[in-house]
Design a protein around this ligand. Structure first.
Ligand code: R5P
Length: 290
């Protein structure tokens, strides 16, 4: 079953598994409510629903829950959510009093009454796994990203983590290719603004290959690139991330700082850009989990 958030990925997963996607109407009532209607008999069948919970997150999430409920009520044997990108994952802790723990709230919606299992890819942090009350299979897309990145690594590369959160990912990739690693120490000021406090590691005379779990506004990568250039790094960074949400004018901002290439998965619909974009599909990963 394919939700409306990313049909191309759902169709690719179905091809990998060797089945035709189940028919399911997803439309709107005149008042904006979501109308779901299955067009297949699913009684006694295992139903896999492909849906990244991308913006508008409330809508894509609710749509996924409605499809699951429809499948349950139609007698599905098991219902499994294939959530290639899990919205609200970054809200895995409260940064100030008065805030909700949104990642836990979103995870708690995946109840046993609707789903038997949820499959997710490169969640923002491991503790999110504990927010789910049903079995979660947490897939790692980094090996797939790395295999494409490896083909386009520039000469004299340095692998860079644009914040502490991605440092393990950067460290593992640097070790894999025996390249130096650097970390930009970032402080988030707002949803779109970050500042770089310092750069750890020698980046002078090296081409940055900046790796992160996701790109949203592009603010993290722009700030990291500026800090790296100020520390003597060469220009034309290569960037790599699992989830290239690339909201708003992020692509223009990345182009303006001279990004040469983006390597990303299709966990969300990949962006088009004036620079080279290499997309590696997560469909085989999801198909293996089916
Ligand atoms: C933050 O911890 C994440 O790993 C990403 O660095 C961040 O979410 C990217 O967001 P943006 O592109 O808006 O800076």
């Amino acid at each position: 079953m394919i939700g409306s958030a990313h049909r191309a990925l759902g169709e690719q997963v179905a091809r990998e598994v060797g089945v035709a996607p189940a028919r399911c109407t997803i439309a709107r009532f005149p008042d904006g409510e979501i109308h779901v209607e299955l067009g297949e008999h699913v009684a006694g069948r295992d139903v896999f629903v492909v849906q990244p919970t991308i913006a508008p997150v409330g809508e894509t999430l609710l749509e996924l829950l409605l499809v699951a409920d429809a499948a349950r009520r139609a007698g599905a044997a098991r219902v499994i959510a294939l959530v290639s990108y899990f919205g609200y994952a970054r809200a895995d802790r409260r940064t100030r009093a008065g805030q909700p723990l949104a990642a836990r709230v979103a995870a708690a919606l995946f109840e046993r009454t609707l789903f038997d299992r949820v499959v997710a890819i490169d969640l923002h942090s491991a503790p999110i796994e504990g927010f789910f009350s049903i079995p979660l299979e947490h897939l790692d897309a980094v090996p797939r990203l790395a295999s494409v990145l490896e083909e386009v690594l520039p000469e004299r590369a340095v692998i860079v983590s644009p914040d502490l959160g991605a440092s393990k990912r950067a460290d593992a990739l640097a070790a894999r290719w025996r390249l130096p690693v650097a970390i930009v120490h970032k402080t988030r000021v707002s949803g779109s603004d970050v500042i770089a406090r310092e750069v750890t590691g020698d980046v002078s005379g090296r081409r940055p290959v900046i790796v992160d779990d996701m790109i949203s506004t592009g603010g993290t990568l722009v700030t990291a690139t500026e800090a790296l250039l100020a520390h003597g790094a060469l220009d034309r960074p290569v960037i790599a991330a699992t989830h290239a949400l690339c909201v708003g004018d992020s692509i223009a901002k990345l182009a303006a700082i001279g990004v040469e290439r983006l390597v990303a998965t299709d966990s969300v619909p990949p962006p088009s850009a004036p620079f080279d974009v290499r997309v590696v599909s997560v469909a085989p990963l999801l198909a293996d989990a089916v």
